[in-house]
Design a protein around this ligand. Sequence first.
Ligand SMILES: Cc1cc2nc3c(=O)[nH]c(=O)nc-3n(C[C@H](O)[C@H](O)[C@H](O)COP(=O)(O)OP(=O)(O)OC[C@H]3O[C@@H](n4cnc5c(N)ncnc54)[C@H](O)[C@@H]3O)c2cc1C
Length: 304
Amino acid sequence: MGKRATDEWAARHGAEVRRDVGAETLTTFRGGGRAERVYLPRSAEDAAELIGLCRAEEEEPYVLGGGSKTIVADGEVMRPVISTDLMRAVEVVVMSDEGVTVRAECGARLSDVARRAADCGCGGLEFLAGVPASVGGAVHMNAGAFGQQTADHVVEIEVLNPVSGEIERKSRAQTDFGYRRGAEGFVCAVTFFLPAMSGEERASRRERFLAWRRSRQPRLPSCGSVFKRGAAPAGALIEDAGLKGVRLGGAEISRVHAGFIVNAGGASAADFFALAELAARRVEELFGERLQKEFEILADDLPF
Ligand SMILES: Cc1cc2nc3c(=O)[nH]c(=O)nc-3n(C[C@H](O)[C@H](O)[C@H](O)COP(=O)(O)OP(=O)(O)OC[C@H]3O[C@@H](n4cnc5c(N)ncnc54)[C@H](O)[C@@H]3O)c2cc1C
């Protein structure tokens, strides 16, 4: 096979490419296979260029942020990965008595945005404290908790138009946010507004949310909730189906919270998928509710 256009471009531009990277470094579940090549662009323009080159070679790249909602299929995945890990700039755009406007590149962590806002005496993202999401992943999934969601704080997103290859600005109103549904396409950067908040209030909100997570969520590696909430929380249905603590290979339905599948040691992606399938099947048989998966899969062929 000749040299790929993406590899030639990366070599010409001194862009970082990592080969044969394992799920243990790519994802928070830390189990599964390996990505044959991971490109790490340093700017939105470079990312757009790489995405265009992949598509010209009829490959749809997988955009990876914090890897906290991603399971890597077992074996070697040939699908190109574009990691946003080197695109992490966070800057204050405007500060006023009401709050602060912060622009963050997609690979920045939500915690980086919260920290920058806190430096300016502002807050609002405490509900996601402890969640290892990137800005791009959080806006793509509209990550949320405790009745709040990422979209609540979004002013504008910068997103790649897949047809023109141009980076466009879209206001929150122009983005179809919903429950765990956010921006489509490659999110390059996001502008947030975070309101003024005293240090005491920020600390107390943060501690309250973190304490809740510590007492009700597992500490073992996971990708967060495996299924979306339906009429009832998926974790409650899985627990009622008697599946808490059920183990397949190295994957386990968490004993702490049945909505999570944890890597209890040496879990493969197949272990994870089989357990997710088992939970979905049993819940449907017993309660007639078909659970919808919340996780994303990095694979050449989707397993289901
Ligand atoms: C311990 C733990 C607790 C969690 N708690 C919560 C919670 O309370 N609420 C919640 O909603 N989630 C929670 N999660 C899940 C997860 O953090 C979120 O879904 C988060 O939004 C995923 O972000 P990420 O950057 O890690 O995404 P990744 O896993 O990297 O990617 C997820 C999806 O987003 C896409 N994506 C990533 N970056 C971009 C980009 N720049 N542009 C376009 N698409 C992109 C990927 O292609 C993929 O489809 C938790 C996870 C863990 C491990």
